[in-house]
Design a binder for this molecule. Sequence first.
Ligand code: PLP
Length: 438
Amino acid sequence: MKHETAKSAALFERAEHVIPGGVNSPVRAFKAVGGTPRFITSATGAWLRDADGNDYIDLIGSWGPMIMGHSRPEVVAAVQEAAVKGFSFGTPSTGEVELAEEIVARVEPVDQVRLVSSGTEATMSAIRLARGYTGRAKIVKFAGCYHGHVDALLAQAGSGLATFSLPDTPGVTGAQASDTIVVDYNDAAGLETVFAEHGDEIACVITEASPGNMGVVPPRDGFTNTIRRLTRAHGALMISDEVMTGFRVSAAGWYGYEAESLGYPEGPADLFTFGKVMGGGFPAAAFGGRADVMEHLAPTGPVYQAGTLSGNPVATAAGLTTLKLTTELDVYSHISRAADILRPAVASALEAEGVAHTIQSANSMFSVFFTDHEVINYDDARTQNVERYSAFFNAMLDAGIHMPPSAFEAWFLSYAHTDEILDRIISALPAAAKAAAS
Ligand code: PLP
C-alpha cells in the first residue's frame, strides 16, 4: 500500500530551502533508495508516526540509540525529572559521575571516561589523545569503518592495502589526510606490512570493534588480536570504536561479547569510544580507557579536550536510565532472540525468490547484503546489488516497515520489537523479496 506523503513532501520542500539537501545528516535524504523521506512527528515503542499520520515499524532506531524502543516511560520520567532541575550547569554534576561509573563497571579495561556529546567528538578526541600520548602523528584506520565525520578519518582506501589515502571529501585537505593510513578490514598481512614500514611513526590504530557501517562485517577470528599484538609491539595505541556496538551487542558491547567467545590473548584495546545507546537518544558519548593514558587529558595532563554541554544532566539521565533498563530487563537476550527469529525469515523469503543474499551478524546486530558471498571488507561490501536493496526497502516501506535507507547499515532491533511486531515484519517479507527479485 502506497502511503499518503503530501505533508512529508511539503516539509521536505521547505527543508530544502533552509537546510542543505533538506536533511541534517545525509543518508536521511533517501537519495540511495529514492522517494520521499518521511518526516517523523512522534515515536512510541517500535513505531514511528509521520506528518501524514502514517505509522511505521522502526528498524532504524535512530541509527542505534533506541535500544529500549521510543518514549520508554522510565526514560521519559528520568528526562522530565532531570529537566525540571535544570538543563545544563557548566559545573560538575551527579549524573555524569553515575554514567561514568556505569560504563567503567561494564567495560573492564576502561578505568576512566571523558563524556562528550557525539560519537564524532569521541573518536576525534581519542585520536588526539593517542597522538599526544605517543608523540606520533600517523594513524591507521580500516576501509569501510566509519568513525564519524572527523577530517582525518574520512579518508578511505582508494585501492588495496596500506594506501596513503588522498582525501575523498572536498574540504579535507591533503595535510589533514596525509597522516592517515588506510588498510583493508580483516587484512592482517596488510596491517603487518604497514607496521613493518611505519611502526615507529604510528600513534594508533582505530577500528570499529565489529564494523557495522559497511553493513555488518565482524572481525575474522584473530583479527582483533592481531591489531592488539602489532600496536603493542610497536608502541602504538589501539582504539576500539564501540559507538555502534557498545551496550548494544552485550552489556559490555563487542568487548564483552568477544571476550566471552574468543578471549583476548593479546589483551584488550587501550582506548574505547562509545555513543548511541549510552545517550538513550540524547547527545551523550564518551571515550575512555587505561587510566595512565586518560590522565594525559587536561586538566591532569597536557592534551586539551573540552565541551560546554559535555555530561549534560538531561542526556546523562536518559543514558543512565537506558543502560540500567538494559540489564534489569535482560534486553540483550530479548534482542538476540528477536534477531534469531528475523534472520531466518529474511533468508527464506529471499531464497524463495532466488535473490542472492548473505546475512552477517555481530551477535544480535545483523545486516543483509544482496550478494552471494561472504563479506569480509569494504570492497566485498560494495559488490552487493544496491538496486535490489532499494526495491526491498521501498516494498517494506509500503508495507509500513521503515528500514535504514541504505544498504550499508545494520537493522536495529529494540526491546519494543515484540513477537507481534516481528510477525508484522515477517509478513511483509515475501512481497519485499519479490520486489528485490524483479
Ligand atoms: N563511530 C561509529 C562506529 C559510528 O557508527 C558512528 C555513527 O554512526 C560514529 C562513530 C559517529 O557518531 P556520531 O554520529 O554520534 O557523531
